[in-house]
Each structure stands twice: as structure tokens, then as C-alpha cells.
Design a protein around this ligand. Structure first.
Ligand code: AMP
Length: 114
């Protein structure tokens, strides 16, 4: 199966502006930022999307959220506030089939999303 763009970033086959890495995930800047800060937190285990996560991956899912906090701290938006988004499937707006958590901030974000 063709590797996703995120798997290629994890494998260092294509470049990205990496902000954080540990044994379980990688965080980097989104190539098309929708806010002054827009990073993605991606598990190294290629889970296609949230709806396909397995119960034994529960700790990994929690870890992704804790890393979203780390990214917010590193990018200076932990105090001012930020949003985490997971787009799942066609109606959710998912375009890359490798689970990723968007971390957005640096401006006042509107609600509801479109
Ligand atoms: P989603 O629509 O939730 O699947 O989000 C996919 C995100 O990946 C989009 O915000 C894209 O801008 C972003 N993206 C696609 N290719 C790259 C890339 N090579 N480096 C960084 N971000 C990317």
C-alpha cells in the first residue's frame, strides 16, 4: 500500500518543520496553516483514523493529547488557549488517512466550524 505523506515525514523521506518527537509520535507544522499556530501531532503507529483506533491504543490516544499540550507550550499558546481537532472520515473533512491531531491557536478561533 502507498505510504501516506505523514508516514513519509515520519520516515524522513520528505521534509517537515518538526516541533516535537518522542518514541510514539511526531509533531510538525501544517503545510497550509489555518491559524498563526497550526501543528499536527501524528502517531508513529499508522492508525488510519480515529474511528479505526483499537481499545488497546487508548493510552496512545491519550498521549497524543498530552503532546498537543506540549506543542501548545512550545509554540507559546498554552496560556492564551488553543483548539485540538481530529477530522475523521469523509464528512469529518479528513484528507490524509493517518490519524493526526491538529493544534490551532494564536488567534481567536470561531465556533461552530463550517
Ligand atoms: P485533514 O484534513 O484533517 O486530514 O488534515 C490534513 C492536513 O495535513 C491538512 O491541514 C494539510 O494542510 C496537512 N498536510 C498535507 N500535507 C502536508 C505536509 N507535507 N506537511 C505538513 N502538513 C501537510
Amino acid at each position: 500500500m502507498e505510504k501516506t505523506v505523514f508516514q513519509k515525514i515520519i520516515d524522513r523521506k520528505i521534509p517537515a518543520k518538526i516541533v516535537y518527537e518522542d518514541a510514539y509520535c511526531l509533531a510538525f507544522h501544517d503545510i497550509t496553516p489555518q491559524a498563526p499556530v497550526h501543528c499536527l501531532v501524528v502517531p508513529k503507529t499508522p492508525i488510519a483514523r480515529l474511528s479505526e483506533a483499537k481499545v488497546e491504543q487508548e493510552a496512545l490516544l491519550g498521549h497524543l493529547l498530552m503532546v498537543a499540550n506540549i506543542v501548545a507550550e512550545l509554540k507559546g499558546i498554552r496560556e492564551s488557549g488553543f483548539r485540538v481537532v481530529i477530522n475523521c472520515g469523509k464528512d469529518g473533512g479528513e484528507t490524509v488517512p493517518h490519524l493526526h491531531v491538529h493544534v490551532l491557536g494564536g488567534r481567536s478561533l470561531q465556533w461552530p466550524p463550517g
